[in-house]
Design a protein around this ligand. Structure first.
Ligand code: ADP
Ligand code: MG
Length: 230
């Protein structure tokens, strides 16, 4: 019965996600249809042209985030130094942080043990979390990224911001698809993060205080303990 329950829960989740996806995509499709109808009757087409492109980009973004999850899990895990991943990610988000008046400080414990991971997926996780941290500080601030040895078998990557925070009642439901407080948000980033970290036998722990800031802790098993934990 336990397995059956899990299966029906999974099916319910798939249905819920499909419904959400359909809803999110119908909105831009409806506007595209409207703009195209205007093309016919209006000679001033240029102003609608960019709007149509923007709506198509939006559909592409939503589907792109979804595809990360839908991809068959033929991912290859490799021994990886988390330090390299974090440094690459910080370089990647550098432009966005500068534009938003955000400084990122990175700190590593000495002798961080290697992890077993799919590098691009892990990068995706840290890019998402750091982008959210930047977006949580509309007037700028500081983000600290710390990599610590938690125990013999685990490391912790903490991302600490000084942003708007997350209300307590939203903390438990974080990672639900399509939950967003942003005008241009998709509400799919964290769901992807949780899924990827789960696939790595790790977990994510979030603490937050409204108007003080938020800390995302990503806990990952070290290479030598990656397989024994299942
Ligand atoms: P999106 O960024 O597209 O809104 P996410 O899944 O990445 O979607 O995040 C979902 C929601 O979680 C955000 O809209 C925001 O309300 C909240 N959130 C995530 N990270 C933070 C953070 N560091 N500070 C404050 N709120 C956050
Ligand atoms: Mg996001």
């Amino acid at each position: 019965t336990e397995q059956l329950l899990q299966k029906s829960e999974k099916l319910a989740l798939v249905g819920q996600m499909a419904a959400g996806l359909a809803h999110e995509i119908r909105n831009p499709l409806t506007s595209i249809k409207g703009f195209i109808q205007l093309f016919k009757s209006n000679y001033n087409r240029n102003e609608y042209y960019d709007l149509v492109l923007a709506e198509l980009d939006r559909i592409n973004l939503i589907l792109g985030e979804f595809l990360v999850l839908a991809k068959p899990t033929a991912v290859i895990f490799k021994e990886t130094n988390i330090k390299t991943i974090i440094k690459d990610v910080v370089t990647l988000v550098n432009t966005q942080s500068i534009l938003n008046n955000v400084q990122i400080f990175v700190e590593f414990d000495t002798n961080i043990p290697p992890v077993s991971c799919e590098e691009n997926q892990l990068k995706q996780v840290f890019i998402n979390i750091i982008k959210n941290a930047i977006e949580a500080m509309p007037t700028g601030g500081i983000i600290e990224v710390k990599v610590n040895v938690k125990s013999e078998s685990e490391i912790t990557i903490s991302i600490v911001d000084q942003g708007i925070g997350i209300p307590a009642e939203r903390l438990q439901t974080l990672g639900e698809p399509f939950y967003t407080t942003k005008e241009k948000g998709t509400g799919l980033g964290l769901m992807t993060c949780f899924k990827i970290i789960e696939n790595h036998n790790g977990h994510i722990h979030v603490t937050s205080e409204v108007n003080q800031g938020t800390t995302f802790e990503v806990i990952l098993p070290t290479l030598t303990h990656s397989y024994s934990s299942v």
